[in-house]
Design a protein around this ligand. Structure first.
Ligand code: AMP
Length: 178
């Protein structure tokens, strides 16, 4: 659903061609973060969508731009924040899920015992593109017994079909779609 607010927010997403490699149109969120009204609008829309029957008690944020939205959202909604990190960053015992990229594989890690059965988890990242990254984060949450009630993104690149990677029953909410 598009409205005047969407246009305002989209003006604050900078398209940077050929970053980090040729052919990629990078969606740069730093102008949006610099605008306190716009940043708050993004957080408020996510919080409003995941209220009532879709309420969560833990936000899992994906390194690194998912930390920016996820941590702010957790603080705003009095929820816990749990980081999911790239390999080798977390200091203590951790779980790991590998996922495939266009060429090769990557992995995400989460500290062991971050989540327990009964936790209602919202997974947050800045952008969903092909969906591989968020899928790995969902797998980590489920490995630890948490229930993923939804996923939230500032931006969805709909033409890449990432939401098809998200399991049935997991709500997908993106503030802006392209
Ligand atoms: P994917 O696993 O393909 O859904 O990619 C999602 C991850 O890559 C997110 O953590 C994004 O931050 C990043 N990403 C992918 N494509 C873009 C893009 N065009 N602009 C900005 N970030 C992107």
């Amino acid at each position: 659903m598009s409205n005047a607010g969407d246009e305002l927010l989209k003006k604050l997403i900078r398209d940077v061609p050929d970053f980090p490699k040729p052919g990629i149109m990078f969606k740069d969120i730093t102008p949006l973060l610099a605008d306190p009204t716009a940043f708050a609008m993004v957080l408020d829309r996510i919080a409003a969508h995941f209220s009532g029957p879709r309420a969560f008690d833990v936000v899992v944020g994906i390194e690194s731009r998912g930390f920016i939205f996820g941590a702010a959202l957790a603080a705003r909604t009095s929820s816990s924040f749990v980081p999911v990190r790239k390999p080798g960053k977390l200091p203590a015992a951790k779980d790991r899920v590998e996922y495939s990229l266009e060429y090769g594989t990557d992995a995400l890690e989460m500290h062991k015992n971050s989540l327990h059965k009964g936790h209602r988890v919202l997974v947050v990242d800045d952008v969903i593109a092909t969906g591989g990254t968020v899928r790995a984060a969902i797998d980590l949450v489920q490995l630890q017994g948490g229930t993923v009630i939804g996923t939230a993104f500032a931006i969805e690149l709909g033409f890449l079909g990432g939401r098809k990677r998200i399991p049935d029953g997991v709500e997908v909410f993106s503030v802006l779609s392209y």
